[in-house]
Design a protein around this ligand. Structure first.
Ligand code: PGA
Ligand code: ZN
Length: 412
């Protein structure tokens, strides 16, 4: 059995031109696992803390390297428990969630390389605690964020993400084709209306002078060019409501609205009457629990009510959301919690509660990192968010899914 031989870490740039870390874990049989770490801009208040890059590089290359060297890399849980205990804080602020996660994920990659198996196969075996079987292979449906606002753009649009979601009936390659066709139709429509087609952090267009209903109208018009909304394709929004919440009110400035909880639910209901919306993420501020309960009650029957900032990939907050019936779907972002084992625990709890799972990138991401594509396949996630089908760091994840498809369906 191989052992961990050395861990090193250096800084690299992410898609926003900010520094992040990349960690290399080398095993004594020569196999290497490499992991770059993404970074959010619209973070939940209770996410694991990211340490400044120079500190992280130092911690990973010295303290963590000393502690983990010589360990059995197949004992993922044991290694993750060591990392968690060494850090010793609830929000990982001592060593940094970014430092811990880079080691945790790179260890898994190193083992899959050492065994000569695909990463998703190894992750699946770790997650389900039984060997991967090709018969159970299931691809996530991409949720394409094609119009950007909120903290990912500076265009005065309150809601953060407007998404097109192909029907789950389509294969992964067909779903990617649909998303791409709609993206291109949308670009043409925006140009026709003399709106900007510059893109935001996740590759969606970010024109000025949009309102939420107008954004959805553009989406529906673009989708309708080739597809039938409500049958082939659906719509979704990541409201990221925290970014326009203040003292009990939600300020949708572009429409001069200042809404309380009830009024914001009415606002959503109106949109639901006009548009085929099946996905609503972070519709309220993460501590506005009563509003979450109310929106789930009103709209949760026919729509995914998705917790991101609400639950931050942490079983502690998910448990509460389950007990109080606030959501029926969860975002999974490994860097919100800091280790693979905790991410697995979170996915298991959500699956037991029959929730849909959406694996997600971050707005600051790297083309080097496609881990979420493998992880989505490994746990059988229903959906994946990797932005618009443009920008290298976004398409890298979609391209990895296409690669997994090709590996499993060779043409010859
Ligand atoms: P972030 O946002 O990666 O900028 O935090 C993404 C999201 O809210 O889903
Ligand atoms: Zn979100």
């Amino acid at each position: 059995m191989s052992k961990i031989k050395a861990i090193s870490c250096h800084k690299i740039l992410n898609s926003r031109g900010d520094w992040t870390i990349e960690t290399h874990v080398e095993l004594d049989d020569g196999a290497v696992g490499i992991q770059a770490i993404p970074e959010g801009a619209s973070k939940g208040e209770r996410e694991a803390v990211s340490l400044p890059v120079d500190k992280s590089v130092h911690i990973v290359s010295t303290v963590i390297d000393d502690a983990i060297r010589g360990e059995n890399p197949e004992d993922q849980e044991g290694i993750d428990r060591m990392l968690i205990e060494m850090d010793g804080t609830a929000n990982k602020h001592h060593f940094g969630g970014n430092s811990l996660l880079s080691v945790s994920l790179a260890v898994a990659s190193a083992v899959s390389n050492s065994k000569g198996i695909e990463l998703y196969e190894y992750l699946s075996a770790q997650f389900y605690k039984k060997p991967f079987s090709k018969a159970s292979l299931q691809f996530p449906t991409p949720v394409f964020n094609v119009l950007n606002g909120g903290k990912h753009a500076h265009n005065g649009l309150s809601f953060q993400e407007f998404m097109v979601i192909p029907s789950r009936a389509y294969s992964i390659d067909k779903a990617i084709e649909i998303g791409t066709n709609i993206y291109h139709s949308l670009k043409t429509k925006l140009i026709e209306e003399h709106l900007d087609v510059d893109v935001g952090d996740e590759g969606g267009f970010a024109p000025n002078n949009l309102t939420v209903p107008k954004a959805l109208e553009f989406l529906k018009a673009a989708a309708s060019e080739q597809y039938k909304p409500g049958k082939d394709v659906f719509f979704g929004m990541d409201v990221a409501a925290e970014s326009f919440y203040s003292e009990g009110h939600y300020k949708i400035r572009e429409e001069n609205l200042e809404l309380n909880d009830d009024k914001l639910i009415e606002y959503y209901e109106k949109l639901f009457k006009k548009f085929e919306i099946i996905y609503l993420e972070d519709p309220f501020y993460e501590r506005d629990y009563q509003a979450w309960e109310a929106v789930y009650k009103k709209l949760g029957n026919n729509c995914m009510i998705v917790g991101d900032d609400l639950v931050v990939t942490n079983t502690k907050y998910l448990k509460k959301a389950i007990e109080r019936k606030m959501i029926n779907a969860v975002i999974v972002k490994p860097n919100q919690v800091g280790t693979l084992t905790e991410t697995f625990d979170f996915v298991r709890m959500a699956q037991e509660a029959k929730m849909d799972i959406i694996l997600s990138h971050r707005s600051g991401d790297t083309a080097e990192d496609t881990f979420i594509a493998d992880l989505a396949v490994a746990v059988g996630a229903q959906f994946i968010k990797s932005g618009a089908p443009v920008r290298g760091e976004r398409v890298a994840k979609y391209n990895r899914l296409l690669e997994i498809l090709a590996i499993n369906n060779p043409e010859d």
